[in-house]
Design a protein around this ligand. Structure first.
Ligand code: AMP
Length: 439
């Protein structure tokens, strides 16, 4: 199958060809015709499958086909994403594929000044890519009107709900015209996502990126566990990077503090490294990402949400320095490698505290991940599990939704208290009050 076989204008086909794509990925082969037809769509698509072009290309085409009635430029397509990085990434795709069309687009997200964004909106737009918080903010200040929206995309909807954006999304939906096309993309399907899909979508076409992709991991990714003692993870990581001459490795930690600490330690070990997380300024995040992409640094240490939207072609190695508390995050994390058909390796350094988490992850992906002990880093067979400190906004999530499954290592002296809705922490180890913002 070739892109030229779709009902896409020459202006779009030219941009695709210039960008170097020839054949659509499996999800693109399904979403492009489905979106061109005009109906709603529910797509089970992990990151790395090519889903962005899967919705961007047909949206551009539909906007070209449906010329606005008056000679007025109003926002007709709205793409919502959970994070700033993903918003920037999606907007860059919109610009790339739309470069030979007359359509105008902009991206808005928090953490940077609103004035240039407001100016771009006032100059007239066809397509807006946004994170929910900044969008609502500018809507409330009456800088944005969404009354002409024809197409709405919720990208990585599972992540938006995980980040607590459901209420914002509902407010945004209320400002949209009833008659519109809705596209919902999600890597995983919790009951919350299904409920959102039920209220949002009208007889949607259902598309899966690949068979069994719903809650499973990408088969192009080789997964491996290295069992190791809690305090030897960093030495093992340095050993792996140096021994194997890894040149580009994305490392996940559970907390922002952990990311900073590890980045500093790896630096002392002689590994060029930076950390990326929600406490870093947008410019520091952008620079870290650019240096990582260009090969200036070999290692990027990231927390889950900060890593969303990191799109690096053929990223070879992902390391879970800590396992994630939410099993679905494991799929998101390892999905940073093995993108668009290339192969990747995802390694998890697992200590005794994380055995319960690992079990939940293996249950979710319906497979046992192979384990390999590295010589010199054998775990102590007599080690006793210790409780794991959760990050602060995990607590917020629990307080907002006590039913949400957050993994916790089971220890003989379990420290899990009863859930509270009144802001008190469910986990006695973490003293910090719930906070909002990025992990
Ligand atoms: P996405 O899942 O949209 O984040 O895309 C994942 C990666 O696949 C990105 O690096 C894209 O540039 C790349 N990609 C998307 N579509 C194609 C295609 N048809 N052929 C080759 N690479 C693609």
């Amino acid at each position: 199958m070739l892109f030229s076989q779709f009902d896409l204008s020459d202006s779009i086909l030219r941009a695709i060809a210039e960008y170097g794509y020839t054949t659509p990925t499996p999800i693109q082969a399904k979403t492009i015709p489905a979106v061109l037809k005009g109906g709603d769509l529910l797509a089970a698509a992990q990151t790395g499958t090519g889903k962005t072009a899967g919705f961007t290309l047909p949206i551009l085409q539909r906007l070209i086909n449906n010329k606005p009635a008056a000679n007025k430029r109003e926002i007709r397509a709205l793409i919502l994403t959970p994070t700033r990085e993903l918003a920037a990434q999606v907007h860059s795709s919109v610009q790339t594929y739309g470069k030979f069309t007359d359509l105008k687009s902009a991206v808005i997200f928090g953490g940077v000044g609103a004035n240039p964004q407001i100016k771009a909106i006032q100059n007239g737009l066809d397509i807006l890519v946004a994170t929910p918080g900044r969008l609502l903010d500018l809507m409330q200040q009456k800088f944005i009107s969404l009354t002409s929206i024809e197409i709405l995309v919720l990208d990585e909807a599972d992540r938006m709900l995980d980040m607590g954006f459901l209420r914002d999304i509902k407010k945004i939906l209320m400002a949209l015209p009833k008659n519109r096309q809705n596209l919902l993309f999600s890597a995983t399907f919790s009951s919350e996502i299904k409920a959102l899909a039920d209220t949002l979508l009208n007889s949607p076409a259902f598309i899966e990126a690949e068979k069994n992709r719903g809650n499973s991991a990408n088969e192009a990714i080789t997964q491996l566990i290295h069992p190791v003692n809690r305090n030897e993870k960093r030495a093992l990581l340095t050993h792996l990077i140096k021994e194997n001459h890894w040149e580009q490795v994305l490392v996940f930690t559970r907390t922002k503090h952990g990311a900073n600490k590890l980045a500093t330690q790896l630096g002392t070990d002689g590994i060029s490294c930076m950390a990326i997380h929600g406490n870093k300024s947008q410019s520091a995040r952008t620079k870290a990402l650019a240096d990582f992409k260009s090969g200036k640094i070999t290692t990027l240490v990231a927390t889950d949400i900060a890593a969303r939207g990191i799109d690096i072609d053929q990223l070879p190695h992902v390391v879970n320095f800590d396992l994630p508390n939410i099993p679905e995050d494991y799929i998101h994390r390892i999905g940073r490698t093995g993108r668009a058909g290339s192969n990747g390796i995802a390694i998890s350094l697992v200590c005794i505290d994380e055995h319960a988490m690992l079990k939940e992850i293996e249950k979710l992906i319906k497979q046992e991940i192979p384990k390999e002990v590295i010589a010199g880093f054998e775990p102590d067979p007599n080690a006793v599990a210790q409780p794991i400190q959760l990050r602060s906004n995990q607590l917020q999530k629990i307080n907002q939704n006590p039913k949400k499954k957050i993994l916790q290592s089971k220890t003989p002296s379990s420290h899990v208290n009863h859930p509270h809705r009144n802001g008190a922490s469910r986990f006695s180890l973490s003293k910090k009050p719930p906070q909002s913002g990025l992990k």
